[in-house]
Design a binder for this molecule. Structure first.
Ligand code: FEO
Length: 385
């Protein structure tokens, strides 16, 4: 098993899902995802959260291996999304006297997920409540909408460890991943990008605590250099601040729009990422669109409207509360380009906290002298932005 903790009193009992293809039915997870769960061993024994139902037996085996004949006193429920709550009944079947620690919102969800089941041993907690385990104390810190309304963090006071529910998690392996920050960002923007204000509130709340390690429900422990890095990145992402760079997204059928997007990219004197909306990991494109200040949208006209991938991308930005970005548009159409007008209207109606820059490019099938010049003008405007 992955050796997770130096702290003698905390044991990792989570599982790794390497069969999953799409997390939450949409996010590509090529390298799998962990469902983290821990044992806190004190005079009282706590299990933190459960795991996806497909892995309950492995998880129960992990518990049994660590506990032997000892009995756990509490199951801490941080979050009721089924990747963490689906094995609650499986645990109660083995340990019928275990007490569930949860808040009122989580209790309502528990009843919804397990209709007709009577849960007799409940410890209902309020924000800032504490619970002594003997030598150590748990403090419950509600973090609504990070990622669901019932979410609560738990601070283990003496060890200065924050159990952070979904926050500070990521997709992929429990050890180092390539492009790790990309994966943290893709996860964050994907699941809580819309809830920047609530994440900011949660960050403010925990900023008053001395935190040595963060134990999220997915991905590795966050500690040492990564702790400060992620606290800073979360602060930036939650406040919709951007970094200097350009994201270019394009939809192209016969290559004309693609050629323009690729040509423009070569004219930038700053960092950029380019995405083919029909073929890329769309959530990576969305995450970069949040990260970089400038966004270029290049699309052909289709059925007198937006190409479906372009429209879907815009919708994904709008549903996550995209703001504070500068937008440039490249439109293409053989006889009647409509995209510039349609994208502007979309931003006006759904994404109004962004700025459409002055320069744009119109292509009539293929780049020519006029449209090449327009690309250069876009590049100049963005490079000076
Ligand atoms: Fe990992 Fe929101 O559940």
């Amino acid at each position: 098993m992955y050796l997770f903790m130096e702290v003698y009193m905390i044991k990792y009992i989570g599982v790794f899902d390497n069969k999953i293809d799409l997390f939450e039915g949409q996010y590509i997870v090529k390298n799998g995802i962990s469902y983290n769960s821990y044992l806190i061993l004190d005079d009282k024994i706590v299990i933190t959260d459960t795991v996806d139902i497909n892995y309950y037996q492995e998880w129960l085996n992990n518990i049994k291996k660590e506990l032997g004949n000892k009995l756990p006193d509490y199951l801490l429920i941080s979050h009721m999304e089924p990747d963490h709550s689906a094995s609650i009944l499986k645990l109660i079947e083995i340990y019928p006297n275990i007490t569930l620690i949860l808040n009122n919102q989580a209790l309502n969800m528990l009843k919804n997920f397990y209709p007709g089941v009577a849960f007799n041993n409940l410890l209902l907690v309020k924000d800032n409540d504490t619970l002594s385990l003997g030598n150590n104390t748990l403090k419950f810190l509600f973090a609504p909408m990070v990622h669901w309304p019932e979410v609560m963090f738990t601070y283990l006071e003496e060890e200065k460890i924050l159990f952070s529910a979904d926050a500070f998690g990521r997709f992929g392996k429990l050890d180092n991943e390539d492009n790790e920050l990309d994966e943290y960002r893709r996860y964050y923007i994907g699941i809580v990008g819309k809830y920047g204000m609530q994440v900011t509130n949660a960050l403010k709340k925990v900023s008053t605590y001395d935190i040595k390690k963060i134990l999220p429900l997915h991905g590795p422990i966050v500690e040492n250099d990564k702790l400060n890095l992620l606290l800073n990145e979360y602060t930036k992402w939650a406040s919709y601040n951007t970094t200097n760079g350009v994201t270019i997204v394009y939809s192209s059928v016969y290559g004309g729009t693609k050629a323009a997007a690729e040509k423009l990219a070569k004219l930038f004197n700053k960092e950029y990422k380019i995405f083919d909306l029909a073929r890329c990991d769309i959530h990576q494109a969305i995450a970069y669109a949040f990260e970089y200040k400038n966004l270029v949208i290049a699309s052909m006209t289709y059925n007198n409207g937006l190409f479906p991938h372009t429209e879907s991308f815009l919708h994904s930005l709008a549903e996550r509360g995209y703001k504070n970005h500068h937008i440039s548009i490249i439109e293409n159409g053989t006889w009647g380009p409509q995209v510039n007008k349609l994208i502007k209207a979309y931003f006006e109606n759904n994404l109004k906290d962004n700025l459409i820059l002055n320069k744009s490019c119109k292509i009539l099938s293929r780049l020519d002298d006029r449209s090449n010049k327009e690309l250069e003008d876009i590049a100049l405007e963005i490079n000076n932005d």
